[in-house]
Ligand binder design. Structure first.
Ligand SMILES: [Zn+2]
Ligand SMILES: [Zn+2]
Length: 423
C-alpha cells in the first residue's frame, strides 16, 4: 500500500484555525478555520496542492471561517451536514459585515460564499457517500453544536476518524456523540480539555438557575452573555426547564442561529421543548425594547459570549453598577477578551472608560467539548492503532498524550504546525 500522510496546516498545539490534510493518494482536507484574536485574525497555512475534497466538521469559525477563501481561485467539492452550511453562512456573512466596519480587507466576498454553497454536497449522519474515486465519507453525530459531525473516511483497507469538536455526554440540546463508528485504524482527536474533567452537567445547570433566581429575587438583572450558536439556545432551554420565574429576553445573533436550529428537527434531542422554550421568551428587536427589558428584574441572554461586541454592551452600561444584579458568563473566555478581563479583575471598559463592576460576576462551565474522561472512554471504545492530537493548548496536549499512552497503551502523536507525518 502506498504511504498515507497527514499534514497540520492549523489548529496544531493551539485552539483555532483548524485545518488538516490527509493524503492517501487522493487528498482530503479536514476543516479550514480562522483564529480570531482581539488584535488580528490568523489563518491556516495555504493549501499548496489540488484537493479531491473538503470535509467540514462543524460551523464554528475556527473550523469553517476560511473556507470561502479557498474558492477565490479554485473549485472543490465540500462535504458537510445541512445545518453546518446554514449556520456557517450566518457566520460568514457576519464576518463580511464586521470586516466592513473595521476596514479589514478580506480577499473573499459574497461571491465566494455563493460559490462555496454551490459546491457543497450535503451529507447526513450515518449516510456514507463516495467522496473521491477510492474513498467513502461517513458522518456521525458529534454532540457539539447543531450539525456537528465526526468524519470517518475509509480508503483502501484503512479508515481514519476525525472527531472535530465533540461532546460524548448528553446536554440539554444534544444526545451526545454517536460513538458507534465501526472499526477505525486512526483517530485524529481534539484535545481542548485533555487535562481536566467537568462537573456534572446537571449540577452546573442547578447552580446556574439558582444564581439567576437569587438575582431576580433581589430585584436585579441577570445578564447572561452567551455564544450565538448553541449556548444561547441551551441557556433558554435550561431556564424554561427549571421554570425560572422572571421575564426572559433573547438578544443578538443567537436569534438567527435559533431559527436555523429549529428548522432541523432531527438534529436536536428535544425539538419540541426547545421550540416551546424559544417561543415563550421575548425576542429583542431594537433599542426601545432593550430599554424596556431593563425596566424590571429580568434575565437577558445575549451575544457576545466573551463580551467582544454585540448587544451585551448596551445592557452592561446599566447592569455593571448595580450590586443586586449579576453577570453570568456561560462559556470559555479566551485570554485577552473583555470577558476574561471581567472574570479575572472585575473591571470592564465602557465607551472608553474603565469601571470596577459592582454586579456579581460568576462563570459557569457549560462546555460543549468532551472532558478528559469522555475522550479516554471514546478512545477505549474505538481502540485505534494510532491517535493524532490536535485542537488543544500546548501545555494541555502532553498531559493528555501521557494519559492515552499510559491508560490505553495507544501510540499518540501531537501533530505540529506545518508538520507532515506518516500514518
Ligand atoms: Zn466548535
Ligand atoms: Zn473548535
Amino acid at each position: 500500500m502506498s504511504s498515507i500522510q497527514l499534514t497540520g496546516l492549523g489548529g496544531c498545539q493551539e485552539v483555532g484555525r483548524s485545518s488538516f490534510l490527509l493524503d492517501f493518494g487522493e487528498k482530503v482536507l479536514f476543516d479550514n478555520g480562522v483564529k480570531l484574536t482581539p488584535k488580528e485574525t490568523e489563518y491556516p497555512l495555504p493549501v499548496e496542492t489540488n484537493l479531491d475534497g473538503i470535509v467540514i466538521s462543524h460551523a464554528h469559525l475556527d473550523h469553517s471561517g476560511n473556507l470561502p477563501h479557498l474558492f477565490v481561485e479554485s473549485d472543490f467539492m465540500c462535504y458537510m451536514t445541512p445545518p453546518t452550511l446554514d449556520i456557517a453562512k450566518i457566520l460568514w456573512y457576519d464576518t463580511l459585515k464586521i470586516s466592513g466596519y473595521e476596514g479589514i480587507d478580506l480577499d473573499w466576498s459574497e461571491t465566494e460564499i455563493k460559490k462555496t454553497e454551490k459546491f457543497t454536497f450535503p451529507v447526513h449522519y450515518r449516510k456514507p457517500v463516495d467522496i473521491t474515486k477510492n474513498s467513502t465519507l461517513e458522518f456521525f453525530d458529534a454532540g457539539h453544536i447543531i450539525g456537528s459531525a465526526m468524519s470517518k473516511v475509509s480508503f483502501q483497507d484503512k479508515s481514519f476518524l476525525y472527531t472535530g469538536d465533540f461532546k460524548k455526554d448528553e446536554t440539554r440540546l444534544f444526545k451526545g456523540a454517536d460513538l458507534d463508528v465501526g472499526n477505525v485504524d486512526y483517530v485524529m482527536m481534539e484535545s481542548t480539555y485533555g487535562d481536566r474533567n467537568h462537573s456534572s452537567r446537571k449540577d452546573i445547570e442547578k447552580l446556574f438557575v439558582e444564581e439567576v433566581q437569587n438575582t431576580i429575587d433581589k430585584g436585579g438583572w441577570a445578564l447572561v452573555p452567551a455564544f450565538a450558536v448553541g449556548r444561547s439556545q441551551e441557556v433558554i432551554d435550561i431556564l424554561k426547564e427549571y421554570r425560572v420565574n422572571a421575564p426572559i429576553y433573547l438578544d443578538g445573533m443567537g436569534q438567527k442561529a435559533a431559527r436555523v436550529m429549529l428548522s432541523y428537527h432531527k438534529y436536536l434531542k428535544n425539538h419540541k421543548f426547545l421550540k416551546k422554550a424559544l417561543e415563550d421568551v421575548i425576542w429583542i428587536r431594537g433599542n426601545q425594547m432593550r430599554k424596556k427589558a431593563l425596566k424590571q428584574p429580568s434575565v437577558i441572554v445575549t451575544t457576545a459570549g466573551m463580551l467582544q461586541g454585540g448587544p451585551v454592551h448596551h445592557y452592561l452600561k446599566t447592569v455593571h453598577s448595580d450590586p443586586n444584579s449579576s453577570i453570568l458568563l456561560t462559556g470559555y473566555q479566551v485570554e485577552t477578551t473583555p470577558g476574561r478581563k471581567l472574570m479575572e479583575t472585575k473591571r470592564i471598559d465602557i465607551d472608553g472608560s474603565e469601571y470596577t463592576v459592582k454586579a456579581k460576576v460568576e462563570k459557569f462551565d457549560f462546555s460543549a467539548h468532551a472532558s478528559q474522561q469522555e475522550m479516554l472512554d471514546s478512545l477505549k471504545k474505538w481502540s485505534p492503532s494510532k491517535v493524532f492530537l490536535v485542537h488543544g493548548d500546548k501545555d494541555v496536549m502532553p498531559v493528555f498524550k501521557g494519559r492515552i499512552e499510559e491508560d490505553l497503551g495507544i501510540s499518540t502523536h501531537i501533530l505540529k504546525q506545518g508538520e507532515k507525518t506518516k500514518l
